[in-house]
Design a protein around this ligand. Sequence first.
Ligand code: CTP
Ligand code: MG
Length: 250
Amino acid sequence: MSDESRPTPAQSPVAAVIPAAGRGVRLGPGAPKALRALNGTPMLIHAVRALAASRHVSLVVVVAPPEGTAEVKSLLDAHALPERTDFLVVSGGESRQESVRLGLDALPPEYGVVLVHDAARPLVPVDTVDGVIEAVRDGAPAVVPALPLADTVKEVEPAAVAGDPEPVVATPRRDRLRAVQTPQGFDRATLVRAHEEVTDDVTDDASMVERLGLTVVAVPGHEEAFKVTRPLDLVLAEAVLARRRLNDGF
Ligand code: CTP
Ligand code: MG
């Protein structure tokens, strides 16, 4: 499709790329993190459902652990997902960045808006997803859901040996800082260009767009969009699911 015939973000269908190819080293030994269960259902399935809950999202691309691609395909077949949503499974890479790029490579041409969402954030509410989509459709090339910080943050001179005292070099004003979550939303052409041109190591997709000199905007995130990283986060995720069940009247 030529640039002229590609739909503008305002009209375009939305695809979600879900990087799920990480091992989950910080979670401890066991299956790849995205395949670990929360209340009996794999984290990845929760994450796919969370994105597919948005009526704007018509394609979900799951980037699976290379040795787990067949298992991920059969999991998606086995769990009920909305009729309106299509699914693709591709094999991931060595780094998160590479996994996201492999997901982008698999996108059909008609998708002009792309969300990138960590499988490790299985409980993101649909209102957060829709808030990100709305800001991209309103014209922002890149959008991040973000929350104010509870802790004060210090910049330090990292010690050569872990655990040694580290000199504090600065304290940024907390009221100007935000903790950034996913899904992050993009004008597709912008994110593809960022992945082609930016080679630095980054920890999120939006920072690649910042390096292109483009404006990234933050919209409200949600505490339930937290990332499952360490064992205690599994306890918190299951508690959130239990609270939702109670509130839903089960
Ligand atoms: N991810 C990926 N491909 C990689 C590394 C990470 O798709 N090579 C994905 C993870 O599956 C996860 C998301 O990127 O959904 C965020 O990464 P993180 O929370 O760091 O997960 P892991 O890398 O699996 O965890 P750890 O760093 O503890 O090993
Ligand atoms: Mg990681």
